[in-house]
Design a binder for this molecule. Structure first.
Ligand SMILES: Nc1ncnc2c1ncn2[C@@H]1O[C@H](COP(=O)(O)OP(=O)(O)OP(=O)(O)O)[C@@H](O)[C@H]1O
Length: 251
């Protein structure tokens, strides 16, 4: 069972404290949303978990402490991450992108050559992401949403045990958002999924657990209903221009 346990996480940039002692758990079987107004420290938390910035406190995956390890070491331990802008090889096909992510060591000309038998994890990723019909399409021809799914597939083939997704549905159509939410619920089995998100409708529809950050600290945690009913959460969102008007109506 994969469990990410974040305790008293603190990240400073010079004299400024971006994350001031945040604690929360992301466990497998749940899609855990990290929400909060602009500048709350969401991305900085993920940066600290994945080793991009230094932090103090503790981030454990099982018994393993992640803080203090370099980025590559954390990735090798099975912490995968996507960014808002998908980074896929646009000239290569969907299957070739997955092959490369899976670390199949072959010469480039053989990667670019004729179709061959796909590995089991690649097949699994194609099935989970729903990209099976597009496996021979160049990644550059995919829609924005499909590229994000391919990136998630690339984490699946790397056998990532914990997925950190930074605003995965930004710029997606309504249908792509729904498909992404369903994808996250497929991949959450056996994996911890942590989603940084501003889209409150998406969060309400697909969050198993929610942590609300505000000014670098945890304001509230719980189910969607619990955090929505929390007066402190309502105050933070109603007292800020960080959410679009239609979202304020729901907050
Ligand atoms: N490298 C850095 N140097 C200095 N300050 C930083 C750095 N990175 C982030 N910050 C500051 O830390 C705070 C938290 O930023 P962070 O990006 O984590 O917030 P966020 O909740 O992800 O916001 P958003 O939703 O707008 O992306 C912000 O005030 C930001 O300006």
């Amino acid at each position: 069972m994969t469990s990410l346990n974040i305790r008293d996480l603190e990240v400073r940039f010079g004299a400024f404290t971006a994350v001031g002692g945040a604690s929360f758990d992301a466990v497998d079987g749940e899609v855990h949303f990290l929400i909060g107004p602009n500048g709350a420290g969401k991305t900085t938390c993920v940066d600290a978990i994945t080793g991009l910035v230094s932090g103090s406190g503790s981030v454990r995956m099982g018994e393993t402490e992640l803080l203090g390890r370099p980025v590559q070491s954390i990735a090798k331990l099975g912490i995968g991450r996507t960014f808002q802008t998908a980074s896929v090889f646009e000239q290569l096909t969907v299957a070739q992108n997955l092959d490369i992510a899976a670390g199949i060591h072959r010469r480039w000309f053989s990667l670019l050559g004729a179709r061959r038998h796909l590995g089991g994890r690649v097949e699994e990723a194609l099935e989970q992401t729903g990209l099976g019909d597009l496996q021979d399409s160049r990644a550059g021809t995919l829609s924005h949403g499909q590229k994000q799914w391919l990136e998630i597939g690339m984490l699946i083939v790397q056998d990532a045990q914990a997925l950190m997704l930074d605003e995965p549905v930004a710029g997606m159509s309504h249908d792509e958002r729904a498909a992404t939410g369903e994808l996250l619920h497929r991949v959450k089995e056996g994996r911890a999924v942590l989603v940084v998100e501003h889209d409150m409708e998406f969060m309400r529809s697909f969050a198993s657990q929610v942590t609300v950050l505000h000014q670098g600290t945890v304001l509230a945690q719980g189910s969607v209903a619990e955090v929505q009913e929390d007066p402190r959460v309502q105050q933070v969102y109603l007292g800020t221009a960080a959410m679009p008007e239609e979202e304020l109506a729901h907050a």
